[in-house]
Write a protein that binds this ligand. Structure first.
Ligand SMILES: [Zn+2]
Length: 513
């Protein structure tokens, strides 16, 4: 007879990082402790109080688990803004906290972990695989261990081997984070009811950039519908998933994958083949219309619409490890005499602090941003007027972050003094992806009243900005959240992976943009 614990004791927690190995900063422990655009490290019951109602997987899991009155045992949850390698010290400290808590638990029935799936640690390539191996070593081979992953997960064999089942976000912009956590609970409920869950993965042998992964556009809109639909239509299958991958990670198992979990191994095998073929058949459709900064600004300046043109500075997205301080698009706005243009968010804590010390109305000379590369990027030197100051404490209002509280430190709205252009820039003390209109409003800028909005974001901005935009132009200014993958020099990627759809497998030697 299948065992059916009522109520079950389920350990829950989360550890999130998306590692861009081409980015300049590492992620020390402190980055996981502090609050930024996501909550800081939460332990024990604080997970319930902090996460409640948020569009974050663990919150969706908790809400779904309530209906069955299981006992949830909160361990810890933490995340850091995407950047380069997680330090070994940070990884070991966080994982030891998980493992200590698991070792202390008695009569545990299951584990749920809210992970990203693209964590690279200084000492090893697969952070989540390593974490799951250590969790398995404590809880044993039979206990259900369910994980949810970001759509940008680079899913590895070690994750598949050590997790009972994996479920993945299905939207980019990620509107379904909490929903994915709830789906993870549904999988866990099946396992707790005694069913043996099996599953597998097929890796996709080509990389495609973030800008071609948007699920509101083709080819991903149809791919996700078809892959999810195929699983739903198949008896013996619980979920079919497509992780689009996080390409700027120079690791062996970088890239997209399809996954399937259920109770019928033969049906799942056929489904995996079908889902793999569905993605492969669309390979040539993963194309991007990247524009050069001057070309995009000239087109935006020529717009006759009463609505703003959105310029997406896609390669300087802090949400993909970008430094959020490159200056190529800002310089193009000024040199092409843009009017009514506002850029957000330029990360420069020193200039933000200087603006606060001088006060609103002050005029000053400064070198803004451009402090962290890549090659060819330099600070924007100019004269600025402080138009507005803010403390960085506000709530997001868009569908992705909903009511999430932000703690971004001192921020400033600066006007660039130039007789031919009308360009303003929001300067911040924390790297934050400009994915929500609330960032502009926090500095007193009404987005719909501007002619041009320049946002440092790859795709997430679309949920909040596309509805008010006359048009959206995708701009390839320099930055480390590269969307031109053939220009990156991969040293660890497994052989035979094409660096772009239908492209070459040879490793490009050209410099990185
Ligand atoms: Zn993501």
């Amino acid at each position: 007879m299948p065992r059916m614990p009522t109520p079950a004791r389920i350990a829950i927690g989360g550890f999130q990082h998306e590692t861009n190995t081409f980015a300049p900063y590492t992620a020390p422990f402190e980055e996981f402790v502090k609050t930024d655009s996501w909550p800081g490290l939460a332990q024990g019951d604080a997970i319930f109080s902090v996460m409640s109602g948020m569009n974050i997987p663990v919150a969706g899991f908790i809400e779904a688990a309530k209906r069955d009155q299981h006992q949830l045992i909160p361990m810890l949850w933490c995340s850091a803004e995407p950047c380069s390698y997680v330090t070994t010290d940070a990884f070991e400290r966080v994982v030891e906290m998980f493992c200590n808590k698991l070792r202390e638990m008695r009569d545990l029935d299951a584990v749920y972990l809210d992970l990203h799936g693209a964590m690279v640690v200084e000492d090893f390539e697969d952070g989540e695989g390593e974490l799951l191996q250590r969790v398995r070593a404590i809880v044993g081979p039979e206990m259900p261990v369910i994980i949810s992953l970001d759509l940008h997960a680079n899913v590895t064999e070690a994750m598949v081997e050590n997790a009972t089942a994996i479920t993945v976000f299905r939207t980019y912009p990620h509107l379904d984070m909490a929903e994915t956590g709830a789906r993870a609970y549904d999988l866990l409920a099946v396992a707790l009811a005694g069913s043996k869950i099996v599953g597998g993965m097929r890796k996709i042998p080509f990389l495609f950039p973030l800008t071609s992964q948007c699920t509101d556009q083709e080819p991903c809109r149809s791919i996700y519908q078809d892959i999810v639909g195929a699983g739903q239509a198949s008896p013996g299958c619980l979920v079919t998933e497509f992780a689009a991958g996080f390409p700027p990670a120079d690791i062996y198992e970088c890239g997209a994958a399809v996954l399937a979990y259920g109770t019928d191994p033969i049906a799942l095998d056929l489904l995996l083949d079908e889902c793999f073929k569905r993605v492969m058949n669309a390979e040539s459709l993963f194309v991007d219309a990247l524009m050069l900064p001057d070309e995009a600004v000239v087109q935006a300046v020529g717009s006759t619409s009463s609505q703003p043109v959105v310029l997406a500075d896609v390669q300087d997205n802090s949400g993909a490890g970008g430094t959020s301080d490159t200056t190529g698009l800002l310089a193009a706005l000024v040199s092409n005499q843009a009017q009514g243009a506002v850029m957000a968010v330029m990360h420069d804590p020193e200039v933000a602090a200087l603006a606060h010390s001088l006060g609103e109305g002050a005029e000053f000379d400064a070198s803004l941003g451009g402090n962290n590369g890549p090659a060819g990027v330099s600070p924007f030197k100019g004269r600025f007027v402080v138009e507005a100051l803010a403390d960085g404490n506000f709530r997001f209002t868009g569908d992705m972050y909903k009511d999430l509280p932000a703690e971004l430190g001192p921020m400033a709205l600066l006007r660039i003094v130039d007789q031919n252009s009308d360009v303003r820039v929001i300067v911040g003390s924390e790297r934050v992806q400009c994915l929500d209109l609330a960032i502009f409003r926090h500095l007193g800028v009404e987005p719909e009243a501007q002619r041009i909005l320049a946002v440092k974001s790859s795709v997430h901005f679309r949920a909040d900005f596309d509805p008010i935009a006359a048009e959206t132009l995708v701009v390839a200014a320099a930055g480390v959240s590269s969307c031109q993958l053939a220009k990156l020099t991969y040293k660890h990627l497994r052989p035979g992976v094409r660096l772009e759809p239908s492209g070459f497998t040879t490793k490009a030697k050209s410099d990185q943009m």
